[in-house]
Design a protein around this ligand. Structure first.
Ligand SMILES: [Zn+2]
Ligand SMILES: [Zn+2]
Length: 213
């Protein structure tokens, strides 16, 4: 497996380039900003990008989507509940004093527990709302890793004060869909460093006392 993490843009968002070495195909997950840097990283992997996957539609995760779609002519896939928030990208940006360029289209929807095949790699979607509507994590069981988006971070959890956010829903998502993965599962988040499920189960202060651990 090829896995490249790029931290991009003013929100220091983690974009991931993931692919299967043998078949030479890959996906870009959450291209938030700095399209040129992402495309250079893709070029260095030699992967042919088949899809762009979104964990959710906050602007820090989607800023480079439209540019990369032009480059790769590939579909953009996310959970259907992300649609309205994607359309509101210019408003999201304005509220932060920023400008958003062209709003990308969603070309297809990913349901809960859908398996997305990337060559021999199998990414299973885990519906994990609470931080944002339609939030998905992507679990690659064979590699023992999960892309947790903005649901779970090293030592923290996603904020819930943005539209559609709910701490109760987020805690349920984390407890039922992420903490149920094996302890050794490596967690690659939307922001911040890598961690593991076991580490977060043991030490994440947001998960203590909620009956989750
Ligand atoms: Zn977010
Ligand atoms: Zn984010």
């Amino acid at each position: 497996m090829i896995l490249e993490m790029l931290t991009v843009g003013p929100f220091q968002e983690n974009c991931y380039v993931i692919g299967d070495e043998d078949s030479g195909v890959g996906v870009v997950v959450d291209p938030g900003d700095e399209a040129a840097r992402i495309s250079l990283a893709v070029e260095q992997t030699g992967l042919e990008i088949e899809k762009i996957l979104l964990t959710h539609a906050h602007i820090d995760h989607i800023g480079a989507v439209a540019t990369l779609v032009q480059e790769y002519s590939c579909p953009v896939l996310a959970h259907h509940e992300t649609g309205p928030m994607l359309q509101q990208a210019p408003t999201q940006a304005m509220m932060m004093g920023m400008r958003f360029g062209r709003v990308p289209n969603l070309d297809g929807h990913i349901e809960d527990e859908e398996v997305i095949e990337v060559g021999a790699l199998r990414l299973k979607s885990l519906y994990t709302p609470g931080h944002a509507p339609g939030h998905l994590a992507f679990y690659i069981e064979d590699e023992g890793l999960v892309l947790s988006g903005d649901a779970l971070f090293s030592g923290s959890v996603g904020r819930v004060d943005l539209p559609g956010g709910s701490m109760e829903v987020l805690m349920r998502s984390i407890g039922e869909r992420l903490l149920t993965l094996p302890d050794e599962t490596r967690v690659y988040s939307g922001h911040g460093p890598r961690t593991t499920i076991g580490e977060e189960r043991a030490h994440n202060p947001f998960l203590m006392g909620g009956g989750l651990v």
